[in-house]
Design a protein around this ligand. Sequence first.
Ligand code: ATP
Length: 592
Amino acid sequence: MTDLREKLQAVYKAARFRPWLGTTIVVLSFVTALLEGIGLSFLLPILEIAQSPSSPAEADGIFGFFTRAYALLGVPFQLEYLIIGIAAVMTVRFALTFLTAWLRSVFGLGYQRELRKELFDSVMYGPIEYIDEVGSDELLNSLITETNKGGGVLMMTFSIVGTGLRGVVYLCLAAVLSPTLTAVALVSLGVSTIVVRYGLEPAYGVGDKSANVNDRIQAISQTSFQGVRDIRLFNMQEELSGRMTDALDDYLNINVRLRRNQAALNNLNKFTNALVVFGLVYVGFTYTGLSVSRLGVFLFAVFRLSPVLNQLNTQIYGLDGQLPHVVRIHARLREISERKSAMSTDGAPVNSVETIRFEGVSFAYEGDSTVLQDISFEVGRGEEIALVGPSGAGKSTVVSLLGRLRNPNAGRILADGTPISEFDTDEWRDCIAIVRQSPFIFNGTLRENVTIGNRDASQREIERVCEVAQVTEFLSGLPDRYETELGENGVRLSGGQKQRVAIARALLKEADILVLDEATSELDTNIERDVYRGIRELENRFATISIAHRLSTVSDADRIYTFVNGRITEVGTHTQLLDSEGDYADLYTTQS
Ligand SMILES: Nc1ncnc2c1ncn2[C@@H]1O[C@H](COP(=O)(O)OP(=O)(O)OP(=O)(O)O)[C@@H](O)[C@H]1O
């Protein structure tokens, strides 16, 4: 029942995408079906007139309709004019069929675009923990494959409407000619269709499995391409190739099954329908007193009705197989929006920030134990503090909280006395420049990468930050200097060079707070010292927070906070902490 509701909701949401276009398609489908019926009805007067040109046998029913229509238009009721009439109707009918198919594509592909845009934006502006949980491979699959099927579902739904309307017209025509025989035909075709349809396994379940395998293929591909270097170095190609083979085999089996079922459905339908039509020919000739031309047109209508029912059945089966993809997208969009509503994004504007203060901040990742406990520290503009401690102590989590990628479970983070949660998120993030240990380098030029936080920067400003960040140290080795393409995730740069590009772009951002989270870990100590000296000598000094394992990096900081198991165990300058012989002194001893 829930399944059915979800399916109907998915189709309903899709159909509501552009109501006017949807209505136009349905109306055009109806007119096309009507013209198809009129075209088919022309056969009756044509056959009658062909048999006895001078005296029409009767002037009621369908025949009467045509005689009256021709008289009204002032056209002679003769064979050649009847042929011209059917040609005219068919011309309009096929022109409308073309137009309907075109509009169906506009609607279906437009909906696909809309879904892609909505999903992309939801993820872009949604909570970061959702991406962590779901994984980028699954999201990519949703964005590319599932939205593609989403557009297909809509086109298929309109095709089903068109096919259904044609079926109704054939049925009406047959009913006008012989209601009893139509009832017999309808019951026989209906029963055979239902028996065949429900004799097969449901398409929705098979479609759902197919959607799952798609996810797996996407995940394996992404892992394999992104981790290609480690995969080669650890000789994992065989393992990944095996996983891919299994996934592709499953995909093959599931989709062959789906198509086999569709083909079985199609052919069984055709077969049973043909039997029904032959039965009708026998019954029609033996038990009804219909004229040959009437019976001929009746059988022709039933002949056309039978493939329509078959097509309808196959289309509905195909739609059922595609629906899981759309249901998943809607579920995903719903989930993101529910989580998003818990995040506040709008808020007060931010002026320049002088002081940051953590007051008793505690935090745990969803469902995990506490990572930060009662953390308090302060940093002001022009100051430099350092967070040090063993791996996993919670230092980078502090950065995530500061960047509002996560929210504390307890305590407050204040900027000049105001909780940062009260600020507009975008404005707040404009105030902080964070450099992570493995920064992301965009696939573009050095200039594009350095200016991502300040596109209007002048050449002089760019050169200046590149000098401070020691990018200039390797600039002359780049073929096109600032215009050099850095490749996917900076594949043309070394780890230390990427870190320097990231520092340069952080400095260019004109922020108030600078966070260096292991930002110089891959630089040699000389270059690292030059980078830090350059930053300290900048005119508009930041409030700087440095995180480093290498204690020599931060020994000049104004205050050093030692983190152990999510708590700050001590604070002081390098000399004070060495003198106090606590955790910092222990760390220092192990490094010297
Ligand atoms: N996204 C996440 N989801 C769940 N747990 C996480 C997540 N990120 C970090 N953690 C956990 O939080 C704890 C603190 O991690 P964090 O990265 O803050 O430590 P750190 O002191 O910066 O370590 P390192 O010096 O190694 O970078 C670790 O136990 C880690 O496993």
